[in-house]
Design a binder for this molecule. Structure first.
Ligand code: PBG
Length: 325
């Protein structure tokens, strides 16, 4: 044993207070953005079957939900609308009295301390379920930009603090930035879904938002999960076009991409911990196969370690309860 030389890493792991002293990554309730699904109607607080613990809420239940976030010290929400009517161009997405516009106004009025992020897309609002305008069976990029810009401006008019376009059309950041500026919203940041993969992890969300495409799939606009360099090109163009935040989505199977985007671009990075990632853990926890609290906190911490500054997650309320303990 005399000449044995090695490092003693375990010195720094000896006690809990020692471990706390050298801990590199911290998860805070302020890092979490809670997604909510608002629906038309009254008296609705209905659990989404494929997402235990996530509800559709009508506006009369929205404020109680928002008050709970405030109590838990969650500072931000991202709003998804489930409209009563859909049509070819998704006109409820940009209607002044659309479900999202009304929800945003209500949140800003009743719980003004919350930062409201508006998801800007057409897929919940179009009868074909695609994220843009369909022409001859194809998604017409440039025509879609006009409708998306109109949607973003209407959300800003309703009081949204941040616009988060998730549609993956080319030029959406440039178009929306220009539209916001021209409408007097140069102070409203764009949180771009810069890197969004065509992922099977969105399955439960499409149940929740009734937004499955009625023909084909989204692979002609969302990214191929095999690609890494393409993610850098996507992020690069959004930075050039004026994005203020970059989102990588999904999170768990794409931590490598997150790290790479974080290292290359100097903007706040957001991880979208998507519906399928949520439901898998919920299912396993309900079966008693995993310890939900430990596994959720480990998973959210891993996203921060990979470079995320913020996390959009359906676990926000659960995580906040555990973090506040
Ligand atoms: C809309 C949108 C989707 C998600 C967020 N915004 C679904 C999709 O592209 O099909 C997915 C969110 C989740 O799975 O939690 N374009």
């Amino acid at each position: 044993m005399q000449d044995l030389h090695f490092k003693r890493h375990r010195r720094l792991r000896r006690t809990e207070s020692m471990r706390a002293l050298v801990r590199e990554t911290h998860l805070r309730t302020e890092d979490l953005i809670y997604p909510i699904f608002v629906v038309e109607g009254e008296g609705i607080r209905k659990e989404v079957p494929s997402m235990p613990g996530v509800h559709h809420v009508s506006l009369d239940h929205l404020t109680e939900e928002m008050n709970e976030l405030v109590r838990l010290n969650i500072r931000s929400v991202i709003v998804f609308g489930v409209p009563g009517e859909k049509d070819e161009v998704g006109s409820q997405a940009y209607h002044e009295e659309g479900i999202v516009q009304r929800a945003i106004r209500q949140i800003k009025e009743e719980t003004p301390s919350l930062t409201v992020v508006a998801d800007t897309c057409l897929c919940q609002y179009t009868d074909h379920g695609h994220c843009g305008i369909v022409r001859d069976g194809d998604i017409a990029n440039d025509e879609s930009l006009e409708y998306l810009t109109r949607t973003a401006v209407s959300q800003a008019q309703a009081g949204a603090d941040i616009i988060a376009p998730s549609n993956m059309m080319d030029g959406f950041v440039a178009a929306i930035r220009q539209g916001l500026d021209e409408a007097g919203f140069s102070h409203i940041p764009v949180m771009s879904y810069a890197v969004k993969y065509a992922s099977s992890f969105y399955g439960p969300f499409r149940d929740a938002a009734h937004s499955s495409p009625q023909f084909g799939d989204r692979r002609a606009y969302q990214m191929d999960p095999s690609n890494r360099l393409e993610a850098i090109r996507e992020a690069e163009s959004d930075v050039e076009e004026g994005a203020d935040f970059l989102i990588v989505k999904p999170a768990l199977a794409y931590l490598d991409i997150m790290r790479e985007v974080k290292d290359r671009f100097n903007l706040p990075l957001v991880a979208y911990n998507v519906s399928g990632e949520y439901s898998m853990i919920k299912a396993a926890a309900q079966n008693g196969w995993v310890n939900e609290q430990e596994i959720v906190l480990e998973k959210l911490t891993s996203m921060k370690r990979a470079g995320a500054d913020l996390i959009i997650t359906y676990f926000a309320k659960d995580a906040a309860k555990w973090l506040n303990q």
